[in-house]
Write a protein that binds this ligand. Structure first.
Ligand code: GDP
Ligand code: IMO
Ligand code: MG
Length: 425
């Protein structure tokens, strides 16, 4: 068996949580492989809305194994709050959620360091989610991190040593005051709580399940344009969000990757700082924001909105090896007269259609314009009902990206998802 991967192709918040939930009945296992509580994955069904941060989005559909892989960074305090809220709402997870012993722990001082580094950057702030993601991955790579498996043996000494090191850095950055003791209380309770879960050697578990013929769906967090290597560096997150991240974040060999689902909005958004060539600063952008309820699931920050960027999307399709596309939030454009799509960048007067080293300055989008479909699509049941102009938009995108669009999402609810017939011959 192979693992399928589902990942965001833009700057995050494409709707990954919703689609993972929709696809879960087709799989035995759903696994997160990178990121941490910087993610906010929203699901809606039966009139209820849930936002998941560290727990995989397969948790609501039957008796599936949900796995937090080694590539994830976990904050025990936030994890406990998230897990307890789910259990309280009638979704028991202790038996179904497995956590890699190799996943790294986000310490309270990592969150303080995140804030301190942001402050030190001044105007060049990344606009992080403030969850300690960067400092935790930094400690992982510099071989100073603490892992979930460490909580089982002699943890206190390891924790105190890491804390002391962090406090020295905070002093050198002149950061404070802060209430570390207050933060530590919930965090240490979270450490105890974690011990009640299956803490596993997840690379062995995933490969064993594959050998037994089980199917696995890997759930990406963030998006390709936030990848630490290929995104709009330095305005990125600190993990590999691309498809290859599923290999390192779960211990799955590259030749075991099957289908790669690339998910994108029918337009584009970004939260936090950093370049965004197709960003709109006019009433069209405001309209996208209002109709799409574009406010961050984790931080509540307003998301910047703009037209779809096919130069960036093509790049994402290339580095991820996308085999099937999924288009989200098409309903947000239901009332638009004209739809624009960026097909090239103009840089120093020259048109380029590849994603360049630096998009921070002097990049002017070149747009194709298509007629809007001006039809309320939110109640549609099958692709047979799609308006002609909408089909034309889909064909245009498939043509540009060279990959078929397999699913279209026409609203936030689980039911508002349409699978398209694709001739796979
Ligand atoms: P994720 O981080 O990729 O899982 O995405 P988020 O949950 O952060 O953001 C996606 C937002 O769009 C959530 O509020 C979803 O409920 C919502 N959403 C998902 N699909 C659709 C859709 O097709 N139409 C509309 N209007 N909203 C959607
Ligand atoms: P999901 O999984 C959108 C952005 C932050 C910031 C940058 C670095 O819900 O799509 P970090 O806290 O990771 O160090 O912040 O990355 N960012 C996201 N933007 N969706 C996310 O996750 C994000 N996770 C991080 O806004 O610009
Ligand atoms: Mg999100």
């Amino acid at each position: 068996m192979k693992v399928d991967v589902l990942l965001g192709l833009q700057w995050g918040d494409e709707g990954k949580g919703k689609v993972v939930d929709v696809l879960t009945p087709r799989y035995d296992v759903v696994a997160r492989f990178q990121g941490g509580p910087n993610a906010g994955h929203t699901l809606e069904f039966a009139g209820q809305k849930y936002v998941l941060r560290s727990i995989p989005s397969g948790i609501f559909q039957g008796d599936k194994v949900n796995l937090i892989g080694n590539g994830v960074v976990l904050d025990p305090a936030l994890f406990k709050a998230e897990a307890e809220a789910l259990e309280a709402s009638g979704h028991p997870l202790k038996e179904r959620l497995h956590i890699s012993k190799k996943a790294h722990l986000i310490l309270p001082t990592h969150r303080l360091l995140d804030a301190a580094y942001e402050m030190a950057k001044g105007d060049a702030k990344v606009g992080t989610t403030g969850k300690g993601i960067g400092p935790t991955y930094t400690d992982k790579v510099s071989r100073n991190g603490l892992r979930v498996g460490d909580i089982l043996h002699n943890f206190e000494a390891k924790y105190e040593a890491a804390k002391k090191r962090h406090i020295d850095i905070l002093k050198s950055l002149d950061y404070g005051p802060y209430d570390l003791e207050g933060m530590e209380k919930a965090w240490l309770e979270g450490i105890e709580y974690l011990k009640q879960f299956h803490l596993v050697d997840s690379e062995h578990e995933v490969n064993r399940l594959l050998d037994e013929g089980k199917s696995v769906l890997c759930e990406g967090a963030q998006g390709t344009m936030l990848d630490v290597d290929f995104g709009s560096y330095p305005f990125v997150t600190s993990s590999n969000t691309i498809c290859a991240g599923a290999c390192t974040g779960l211990g799955v060999a590259p030749n075991k990757i099957g289908e790669v689902y690339g998910i994108f909005k029918a337009y584009c958004t970004r939260v936090g700082a950093g370049p965004f060539p197709t960003e709109l600063f006019d009433e069209t952008g405001e309209k996208m924001c209002a109709l799409g309820h574009e406010y961050g699931a984790v931080t509540g920050r307003k998301r910047r909105c703009g037209w779809i960027d096919l130069v960036a999307l093509k790049y994402a399709v290339m580095v991820d090896g996308v085999t099937k596309l999924i288009m989200m939030k098409s309903d947000v454009l239901d009332t638009f007269e004209t739809i624009k799509a960026c097909v090239a960048y103009k840089i120093d007067g020259e048109e380029v259609d590849y994603f360049p080293f630096d998009i921070s300055e002097g990049v002017e989008p070149v747009y194709a314009e298509l007629p809007g479909w001006k039809t309320d699509m939110t109640g549609m049941q099958s692709e047979d009902e799609f308006p002609e102009e909408f089909n034309a938009y889909l064909s245009f995108l498939e043509d540009q990206l060279g990959v078929p669009i397999k699913f279209v999402s026409i609203g936030p609810d689980r039911e508002q998802t349409i699978e398209r017939y694709i001739d796979e011959a």
